[in-house]
Design a protein around this ligand. Structure first.
Ligand SMILES: Cc1ncc(COP(=O)(O)O)c(C=O)c1O
Length: 395
């Protein structure tokens, strides 16, 4: 019996992974696995990235992994400047935290303090955090807009007068929290006119916009940040996952105005791991690597190649109901009840895909360094697995 408590809700299917390198994990027998999930969508630069390793070692050699609230090191301001530079918020402010959930919680508490309003607005099919205000989603705090009917809406004059938006009590909404692509949901990308209308309605009435970039940030969607596809000017941006490439660090960046308001109102948020030098060193290394390796452009190109390949597979297989993606954030919707079989068959072929059986979905959030050759190898394997299952010889 293992002494480790696994309450993630996911069955553990491999127990002997020993090494990682780039897009691959290796088991004890030396077999390679193409990691199309980058862990839990974190290792955006790939496993064992030299620049990140160097940053970790350098910070360790200095002996300051963690430091108290009253002291700082130079790396903290440098990392904040790097993140604010990537966000084009040169006068903004930034705080580094431990996890994506924490960054979202911080953003919500900050928005409450800044607006003094009780309600948060978001879209259904959005995952924001494991705990805190967003983890609980109590209906007295939240207005969750069911936007399923907006998916097929062809009107380009989306407005608050629409019967779907009219019931929102705008003057009570302090913050619209937007996830630019539902990662833990069905991997859907909300329509731009809808998002712009909501953001404008909230900001025009004195509320703020917080964007949850925990999965969509740092190049994942083929833009530095997912909100760029929507032409938004957010007040707060929560980043995580890819920011640490597997090291647990997250951040909240905000406009200069938001920073001033929080300071003026005495906003208070303190926990042990805030602006830790180790996390800041890693975050800075990741941001510089994304820049220098030109991963944003690369992700846009390889993502388009991946999506074209998935579309060709959809045309060949009746089992495939839909394919969608933006950058290297992609999904395949399968015939009901078949996702786990496809996932297991891919695992048998040395490929780690994401699987959400309750939505009949396979998900792909690979490292951004994935090559077209690796994509083609995966597509051949997916094609083969679907052939086997459809012909009754596999699964
Ligand atoms: C969009 C989004 N926000 C926030 C989180 C929470 O991040 P973490 O698991 O690092 O707390 C997740 C986790 O999957 C996420 O997908």
């Amino acid at each position: 019996m293992t002494p480790v408590l696994n309450v993630s809700g996911y069955e553990r299917v491999k127990h002997d992974m020993v090494r990682g390198e780039g897009c691959y994990l290796y088991d004890a027998a030396g077999r390679s696995y193409l990691d199309l999930e980058a862990g839990v969508w974190c290792a955006g630069l790939g496993h064992n990235h030299p620049r990140v390793n160097r940053a970790l070692r350098r910070q360790m050699d200095q002996g300051v992994a963690h430091i108290g609230y009253r002291y700082t090191t130079a790396v903290e301001a440098a990392a904040a400047a790097a993140l604010l530079g990537a966000l084009n918020l040169p006068d903004g402010r930034c705080v580094f935290l431990g996890s994506g959930s924490e960054a979202v919680e911080f953003s919500l508490q900050a928005a409450r303090c800044a607006t003094r309003r009780p309600l948060q607005l978001t879209l259904t099919d959005t995952y924001l955090a494991a705990f805190g205000l967003a983890g609980r989603r109590r209906c007295e705090d939240w207005n969750c807009l069911d936007w399923r009917d907006c998916i097929g809406c062809r009107r380009d004059d989306c407005s608050t007068g629409c019967h779907r938006l009219a019931p929102i009590p705008w003057d009570k909404v302090g913050v619209f929290v937007f996830e630019p692509g539902s990662s833990s949901g069905r991997v859907r990308f909300p329509p731009k006119p809808l998002v712009q209308t909501l953001a404008r309605a909230v900001q025009d009435r004195g509320g703020v916009v917080a964007v949850d970039e925990v999965t969509t940030g740092l190049g994942r969607t083929g833009a530095w940040f997912g909100f760029e596809h929507y032409g938004l000017a957010p007040d707060l941006v929560a980043a995580g996952k890819g920011l640490g490439n597997g090291y647990p660090v997250s951040a909240v960046a905000m406009t200069a105005d938001m920073g001033e308001t929080l300071l003026a109102r005495g906003f208070h948020y303190a926990q042990s791991h805030q602006n830790d030098p180790m996390g800041c060193a890693v975050a800075m290394a990741v941001i510089h690597a994304v820049e220098e390796e030109k991963l944003v452009d690369r992700c846009r190109r390889t993502g388009a190649h991946f999506l074209r390949g998935l579309e060709a597979i959809r045309a060949r297989h009746t089992m495939v109901r839909d394919v969608r993606g933006r950058g290297l954030m992609l999904a395949v919707e399968l015939a009901p009840g078949s996702a786990t079989d496809v996932y297991r068959a891919l695992l048998g072929r040395g490929i780690l895909a994401g699987c959400k059986p309750e939505a009949d979905l396979l998900r792909f959030y690979p490292p951004l360094i994935l090559t077209e050759k690796e994509i083609d190898r995966f597509l051949d394997n997916l094609d083969g697995v679907l052939d086997d299952i459809e012909s009754g010889t596999g699964g």
